[in-house]
Design a protein around this ligand. Structure first.
Ligand code: FAD
Length: 474
């Protein structure tokens, strides 16, 4: 699709946004609000990306329970206004099930060590202090996730808590995971704070530690009675009300480059309903689709080494088992994290206000990581039985209470920060930057782990960079 002439596109817009997840939606909204012409192209038949909801047989199922944090004031106020009465407030109430006990989420160190054999606890504390002191005086860049976890938590705690879980989650050991995953995703537990928390367990209180814990547990999240479905739908409504376009079932398959300027001048997509292709001429492209898909769209215009680097940037697939359960209520929180089950999180969005039909039933959102085409992805009997058995073992529901199973899948659930991925990402970014009028951002396009509000901020930033070039319409 590269090197086509810049003229002759019957369909034209100013900016094409690729991908209709939170990042792309917010980028398009920012441009539409500034009076610019924008067209958003989304592969699926519903927008929202990973934060989408699906209506199945009269109930809404999130692709993993999604609630908005209000940490970004600008984003939050905009979304709040657009959602109007459909927004509901939900106090954070999540738990982690581990070694037979429930703990608060986000995980607190005090909770993590609760119930631990005192000898192991002492070992962990000494290990933590020793490792943090050692690395303080001999700073050393960790070579992989294992080293990074040991630097953060000490070896005994790493062995006790993180090693097996990390392996189970990703399907490979922490030695094959980049340290960047740990340094950008995990909260740093200062050894001193941790020791203070342990002392607090014995009645020796420290005010600063308590302040942090209560701030986390008092957070209010934002949701709707239809689950995650409402926010993207209402943002799309606003984009369209402002005169811009959102095209669904549109799989991006080409980006044309003007041979004179070297800049992108059109995006081609395949309409998956009609199997026909369409081209839209444009001046700017904001891409939030996976890097793999973006590079494929450039075709031969992308050098072979850049394509090889893009191929290195893989993602972990997720399959969500959306269950309708003949039971008023199944769990006692919004969601529970598990470390050693066939799933890693079970959410009950009814506890956050989701309307369920019939009302004496509930909806469970059971989250699993998987490989495309494996038993979980396919929803094979073996995978279902393993999930149902663990649900029963955990006292959540019995197999005979599960009256409907809806499989929701996403091939690009989690970017895999494989060992040595950083230079590959940099190479891809360098190539995209060299084009001049194409940006790649968001969770997929930036190959990173933003929450929704952060992904939306990334979309707003990308839109602002376009506005710096074209200005705001009068
Ligand atoms: C299980 C789970 C639970 C989560 N829970 C929360 C939560 O409670 N709160 C929170 O703030 N965040 C949560 N997150 C994070 C949240 O999902 C992300 O921050 C957000 O979805 C990132 O938005 P994005 O637009 O960058 O990417 P995505 O949401 O991944 O959007 C990318 C879009 O591009 C589209 N696309 C892909 N390829 C093409 C193509 N070739 N052509 C056209 N379109 C294409 C996709 O269909 C998708 O719509 C959760 C994530 C997961 C996995």
């Amino acid at each position: 699709m590269s090197s086509e002439p810049s003229t002759g596109f019957a369909d034209r817009t100013e900016t094409v946004v690729l991908g209709g997840g939170p990042c792309g939606l917010y980028a398009a909204l920012t441009l539409a609000k500034a009076g610019r012409r924008v067209t958003l192209i989304e592969k699926e038949d519903v927008t929202g990306g990973l934060a989408r909801g699906h209506l199945r047989a009269g109930n809404h199922y999130d692709l993993g329970v999604h609630m908005l944090h209000a940490f970004d004031k600008g984003v939050f106020e905009t979304v709040k206004e657009i959602m109007g009465d459909e927004r509901i407030e939900v106090p954070l109430n999540a738990k982690i099930k581990w070694a037979g006990s429930f703990y608060r989420y986000p995980l607190q160190f005090g909770d993590m060590v609760k119930g631990m054999n005192p000898l192991v606890l002492a070992q962990c504390c000494i290990g933590l202090l020793a490792y943090q002191t050692w690395y303080k005086f001999r700073p050393h860049t960790p070579k992989d996730a294992e080293e990074a976890l040991i630097q953060l938590y000490g070896k005994p705690l790493y062995e006790f808590f993180f090693k097996e879980f990390t392996t189970r989650y990703w399907g490979f050991p922490p030695t094959q995971l980049s340290a960047t995953f740990i340094t950008t995703k995990m909260p740093r537990l200062s050894a001193v704070d941790v020791i203070k928390k342990v002392l607090a367990k014995f009645g020796i209180q420290d005010k600063s530690v308590h302040a942090v814990e209560s701030a986390l547990s008092e957070e209010i999240l934002h949701y709707s009675r239809n689950g995650a479905e409402a926010m993207p739908r209402l943002i799309v409504g606003e984009i369209e009300r402002l005169g811009c376009r959102v095209v669904r079932q549109a799989d991006v398959c080409g980006i044309s480059i003007d041979p004179t300027s070297g800049k992108a001048n059109a995006v081609t997509y395949r309409n998956t309903a009609t199997d026909s292709t369409h081209a839209i001429g444009c001046d700017h492209v904001i891409s939030t689709i996976p890097i793999r898909d973006l590079l494929a769209a450039f075709g031969d215009h992308a050098p072979a080494d850049v394509r090889e680097s893009a191929a290195y940037l893989k993602t972990k697939a997720i399959t969500i088992y959306g269950l309708l359960v003949k039971k008023e209520k199944a769990i006692d929180s919004l969601y529970i994290y598990y470390r050693d089950k066939a799933f890693h999180r079970v959410g009950e969005p009814k506890n956050a206000g989701l309307i369920v039909n019939p009302p004496d039933h509930t909806v469970l959102i059971v989250e699993t990581t998987c490989e495309i085409g494996d038993a979980k992805w396919n929803g094979d009997d073996s995978a279902r039985q393993a999930i149902f058995a663990d649900l029963e073992r955990e006292g959540i529901c019995r197999p005979d209470e599960i009256v409907e199973v809806h499989l929701l899948r996403a091939p690009d659930g989690y970017p895999i920060f494989g060992l040595g991925f950083e230079p590959h990402l940099e190479k891809v970014n360098g190539f995209v930057r060299s084009i001049g009028n194409v940006q790649t951002t968001g969770r997929q396009g930036g190959f990173c782990y933003p929450n929704m509000h952060k992904a939306m901020r990334m979309g707003a930033d990308a839109a602002d960079r376009v506005l710096q070039t074209v200005g705001t319409a009068e």
